[in-house]
Design a protein around this ligand. Structure first.
Ligand code: ADP
Ligand code: ASP
Ligand code: MG
Length: 423
């Protein structure tokens, strides 16, 4: 008998028929003798709907007080899901009980809309499991030390599931979604994308941080820190397929490099449309300038991603960086009103129509010429690169948003990701 955590995403929970299917699948696992904890997301579209309602009524500039209410509202989507799923499980003849984050409790910090899980008290859940119950716990939410409801950021149910699996030392955490695993890139953009049987933890971490929303990055971080066996698989296979076959399907996140993984220089391509670029032209090139610009940005709780400072000409330089698109207006205001004048910038420019495209692979450590192959392939398509950033196992470029799909397809082909690696 094993302790297994299942997570079901929004599409998998998208209608009462689908919820019934989830219940039948979970029942199959429970009847095979496993202790089951299930973490569902809100029904598809529900979180967007709730946040849309909130937006209609919220003040123009979101205050900390308003952020608290956003979480109060958004967390209800998952509450409906757990109740419905527990009902469906009971209808399957199982003993099932549902809990919201605060009932467990899943303790988080107080950063509304992007809270971090601090600890999980599993006593209540363990007692239920010992009593033979299936326990259904909301994804995406927790509670801070003042009993305020918090949420973990979009896609946060993945993190809830992995964190619960880590806290309970579960034997495996299975992330059921609307694709049958992790692909070389988003199969909705590149139909030739291939499913990976395994992906290394480090590559998955990069893919998630660079925009592949198949797993929220923090879920991968948790899996790495606590060595949670993690698998991504489809919730759309018939629920009654053989359980052993199902247990081996999808993509396994691995923690040890094997020889096969070494062969693929580039394993995947990620992209992200959620960023915007800002530039300060003609700032004095002197010590402390980066701090004078980025200090106030950090103080305003705005995360900065790619940063570029150009070589100086006559003591002046241009300084560009990217921020999340949601923070774009705030950043522009800050630069135009305070930072720009303070550092005597000649001009402040902004562009929200950019995207970041990245190639990822642990093989890049031991191969040269990968980045230049990337740049050549993009130039052959006439795609201009605005910014470049690299790390040991990834290279990212910032380009005009309108070329995003072309760039992803071009790179997918250039690195032969549509072809099965040599055996
Ligand atoms: P869920 O609601 O189950 O959490 P998400 O929409 O958050 O599902 O994540 C699954 C989606 O991630 C897929 O439908 C796919 O479009 C997208 N995706 C992006 N990159 C990848 C990738 N490399 N492999 C698989 N899916 C990907
Ligand atoms: N329902 C939340 C969202 O839409 C969390 C999740 O689905 O993982 O972002
Ligand atoms: Mg998701």
């Amino acid at each position: 008998m094993a302790l297994i955590v299942h997570k079901y995403g929004g599409t998998s929970m998208g209608s009462t028929d689908r919820i019934r299917n989830v219940a039948k699948r979970v029942a199959k696992w429970a009847r095979a003798g496993h202790q089951m904890v299930v973490v569902p997301s809100a029904m598809s579209g529900e979180t967007n709907r709730l946040l849309g309602l909130a937006k209609d009524l919220s003040p123009a500039s979101i205050t900390p007080e308003a952020m608290r209410e956003l979480d109060m509202i958004a967390a209800t989507g998952e509450q409906v899901s757990v109740g419905l799923l527990a009902l469906a499980l009971q209808a399957e003849g199982l003993d099932a009980v549902s809990y919201t984050g605060w009932q467990v409790p899943v303790a988080t910090d107080s950063s509304y809309t992007k809270a971090r899980i601090e600890s999980i008290d599993d006593a209540r859940v363990r007692a239920d499991l010992s009593a033979g119950k299936v326990v259904v716990i909301t994804g995406f939410q927790g509670v801070d030390e003042d009993m305020n409801i918090t949420t973990l950021g979009r896609g946060g149910s993945d993190t809830s599931a992995v964190a619960i699996a880590a806290a309970m030392k579960a034997d495996e955490c299975l992330i059921y979604t609307d694709v049958d695993g992790v692909y070389t890139t988003d199969p909705r953009i590149v139909p030739e994308a291939r499913r990976l049987h395994t992906i290394s933890f480090e590559e998955m971490l990069e893919m998630a941080s660079l925009g592949s929303k198949v797993l929220q990055i923090r879920s991968v971080e948790f899996a790495g820190k606590y060595r949670v066996p993690l698998r991504v698989l489809s919730s759309f296979t018939p629920w009654d397929i053989d359980i052993n076959e199902e247990a081996k399907s999808g993509t396994l996140i691995t923690f040890e490099e094997d020889e096969k993984m070494e062969q693929a220089v580039v394993s995947g391509i990620a992209f992200n449309r959620d960023e915007a670029k800002v530039t300060l032209l003609g700032v004095p090139d002197k010590p402390g300038i980066a701090f004078q610009i980025l200090g106030p940005v950090a103080d305003a709780n705005i995360d900065v991603d790619v940063i570029i400072q150009n070589v100086s000409q006559e003591g002046k330089t241009d300084f560009s960086f990217t921020v999340h698109r949601n923070d774009y207006q705030r950043t522009m205001e800050l630069l135009e009103k305070t930072v720009g004048p303070a550092v005597q910038a000649a001009k402040v420019l902004g562009d929200a129509r950019i995207c970041k495209v990245s190639i990822v692979g642990i093989g890049m450590r031991s191969h040269v010429g990968i980045a230049s192959k990337m740049f050549r392939s993009l130039s052959e398509e006439g795609i201009n690169i605005q910014m470049i950033t690299t790390s040991e196992i990834k290279t990212s470029v910032v380009i005009d948003e309108k070329y995003m799909e072309l760039a992803v397809r071009t790179l997918h082909r250039a690195f032969e990701l549509d072809q099965a690696p040599a055996a």
